[in-house]
Design a protein around this ligand. Structure first.
Ligand code: NAD
Ligand code: ZN
Length: 240
């Protein structure tokens, strides 16, 4: 069996699909104070403000022109063609990996299109905009429904499964992520320590602070560098 592959993706892979990254100069995220829209405190202080922000963010994901790009499609192709295990661990809440055809995707920061009740903890698929008057279909609570995404200070999802995958991988790719948001930023170090023989490769627009921890660096737009790299892996030419 060829070595297992783990692929960490971040906002950079969805940039060429028309979704702002976190640090884009004029992007959605720089227009708001994260402390006021993306923390548990913010939610308790002003539910309407937090929900309105996510309702706006979702509009960007659902815009007619937003669709998976060549990088998402290349990773789906890799999963279909590669004989070993392929796991995508994404920090993105958009669902472009799934739209491209990837099956084994772990959304560590949650996923757009799911809502969770803060009172009874039930999670549902839902595409409607939430308001502070929304009613939980399970327990009847009013104003307890929130997007099922991870806010700053909350525990990321699927961490046990992610750590297990990191520890058995032979190839770790980091694509379109700045390496500044933990715990994802620490995954490459975890691989270097716990899967010592694994090869680590950074594919990003530019070097990140984690650069010294990668064996190989490939810089350029994801839609160009990812399909080329996937062809290399499928041809068995990734060890050098
Ligand atoms: P980030 O914005 O911090 O970093 C994005 C990285 O992608 C940068 O290093 C940048 O150089 C690179 N990049 C930009 N354009 C690229 C391209 N065309 N090709 C390749 N690389 C490119 O994003 P992050 O590291 O993912 O962390 C941000 C946090 O914000 C995450 O937790 C994520 O959940 C959230 N977020 C998600 C989305 C989404 O779901 N699409 C969008 C914005 C932010
Ligand atoms: Zn409930």
């Amino acid at each position: 069996m060829p070595p297992a592959i783990v692929i960490l993706t971040g906002a950079g892979i969805s940039k060429e699909s028309g979704i702002d990254t976190f640090r884009d100069k004029d992007g959605l995220w720089t227009k708001v104070d994260l402390e006021e829209v993306a923390t548990l405190d913010a939610w308790h202080r002003d539910k309407k403000k937090v929900l309105d922000f996510y309702n706006e963010t979702r509009k960007q994901f659902r815009a007619a022109h937003v669709e998976p790009n060549a990088a998402h499609r290349a990773l789906a192709h890799l999963e279909q063609q590669y004989l070993g295990e392929v796991t995508i661990v994404t920090q993105n809440i958009d669902t472009l990996h799934e739209a491209a055809g990837s099956r084994h995707v772990l959304h560590m920061h949650g996923r757009d299109g799911e809502v969770r009740c803060m009172n009874c903890d039930k999670v549902d698929e839902s595409d409607i905009d939430l308001t502070p008057q929304s009613v939980c279909p399970h327990c009847g609570s009013v104003g307890e429904l929130r997007p099922n995404i991870v806010w700053f200070g909350e525990m990321p999802q699927h961490m046990d499964e992610i750590h297990a995958a990191l520890e058995r991988c032979g190839l770790f790719l980091s694509i379109g992520t700045s390496g500044e948001v933990y715990p994802a930023a620490g995954f490459v170090l975890h691989v270097r320590r716990r899967a010592a023989r694994a090869r680590t490769v950074e594919l990003n627009l530019e070097a990140t602070g984690n650069q010294p921890l990668f064996h190989e660096h490939i810089y350029g737009p994801a839609t160009e560098v990812v399909p080329r790299y996937v062809e290399r892996v499928l041809a068995g030419r990734w060890q050098y």
